[in-house]
Design a protein around this ligand. Structure first.
Ligand code: 5AD
Length: 349
């Protein structure tokens, strides 16, 4: 066990068999050692500073029917909304005034956000806020579209791979969604030049340790600039609503392992962690995460973007709650960084 931890810390890589033993036999003592090393690596790259990203949930319309997701197409109980350009621009302005230098436009796969609407919108944000990064999280699109959005000024794109296993992916998604297309999209984004984010849910129904090993192997292979992981949280209006939530502990362990595998990656301590336990978000930072994404969406629509039940959108999860967030970070001697926080290629050993 200790030999595996040493190797991970020194070489920043492990093969599948080693990752399997690490996940299987990691007790509290080993986790504490890993977490300490992961936090040290994060501090070497970023100091005791956490980047903030303003999250704007632009639409909860979605053409997809993912079995775990609360805003899946077939959930008729969702009150659907779609922000106007004016609403998105005023969210950016409010965010800018609060100190945010990254805007993340996230949404379901909504046909209304076609390139002909997005390109001018992104160009406007880019020219109004040239000192800010624009991140998109709008699902699977064509290469042509990804290129057009990049040319308009978007520089980062989050598209979780959801699972490295085609079989597990197939059990979590309807048959009209394709694992290979998703992976192709991620490779295309990275090839175009986006800082690209991958990620998966921890404790998704049917997920085994071996699936997580496959996820970690894929992350080592593709080496995305960002990795977002969070525990699965059931939503009662979905086919997987009766499964139990994923483990906070395992999520924290995986954050530490991912930090050690990809030392300079941008790793958020996600809303899903904050939803399961108020302190888990801070524990995520202590485990090696270095990004928090508070919610900048208009407050009256926030509750409608419920991808899982009870999703946190206020308090430290809200853009208006930065003071609370900074107080909480101060308890572990961290502070908010108001920098743009681009990915830095340089690996410090
Ligand atoms: N529990 C946890 N995470 C979820 N996501 C979607 N539904 C759930 C859920 N029930 C995650 C997916 C998606 C991201 C936006 O949120 O990984 O990529």
């Amino acid at each position: 066990m200790d030999a595996l931890v040493d190797r991970l810390v020194c070489e920043h890589r492990l093969d599948a068999a080693q990752l399997g033993s690490l996940l299987e036999s990691c007790d509290d003592r080993a986790f504490n050692i890993l977490r300490k090393h992961a936090a040290e690596v994060a501090q070497r790259h970023f100091g005791r500073r956490v980047y903030i990203r303003g999250l704007i949930e632009v639409s909860n319309y979605c053409r997809n029917n993912c079995l775990y997701c609360g805003i899946r197409r077939d959930n008729r109980a969702v009150e659907r909304y779609r922000l106007t350009d004016e609403q998105i621009l005023s969210a950016c302005e409010a965010g800018y005034q609060l100190g945010f230098r990254t805007f993340v436009m996230q949404g379901g796969e909504d046909g209304a956000f076609a390139d002909k609407r997005l390109v001018p919108l992104i160009s406007t944000i880019h020219s109004r806020y040239p000192d800010c990064a624009i991140t998109l999280s709008l699902g699977e699109r064509s290469e042509e579209s990804y290129k057009a959005l990049y040319e308009a000024g978007a520089r980062r794109y989050l598209l979780r791979h959801e699972s490295a296993s085609p079989q597990l992916y197939a059990s979590l998604h309807p048959s009209d969604m394709s694992w290979s297309n998703r992976i192709e999209c991620i490779k295309t984004l990275k090839h175009i030049g986006y800082q690209t984010g991958m990620g998966m849910m921890v404790g998704a129904p049917g997920q085994t340790l071996d699936h997580l090993v496959q996820d970690l192997m894929l992350l080592q292979q593709i080496r995305p600039q960002m990795v977002g992981i969070g525990p699965f949280i059931p939503h009662s209006a979905t086919p997987l609503g009766h499964y139990k939530a994923g483990s906070v502990q395992t999520t924290l362990l995986l954050i530490s392992i991912i930090r050690l595998l990809l030392p300079n990656a941008l790793i958020p301590s996600t809303t899903a962690l904050a939803t399961l336990s108020p302190m888990a978000q801070i524990e995520g930072i202590a485990a090696g995460a270095n990004v928090i994404m508070p919610n900048l969406s208009p407050t009256d629509v926030r509750r409608n973007y419920e991808i899982y039940e009870g999703k946190a959108a206020f308090g430290t999860e809200a853009a208006e709650g930065l003071k609370m967030l900074s107080d909480r970070l101060a308890t572990i001697n961290y502070e908010i960084s108001y920098d743009i926080g681009n990915y830095n290629e340089e690996v410090k050993i």
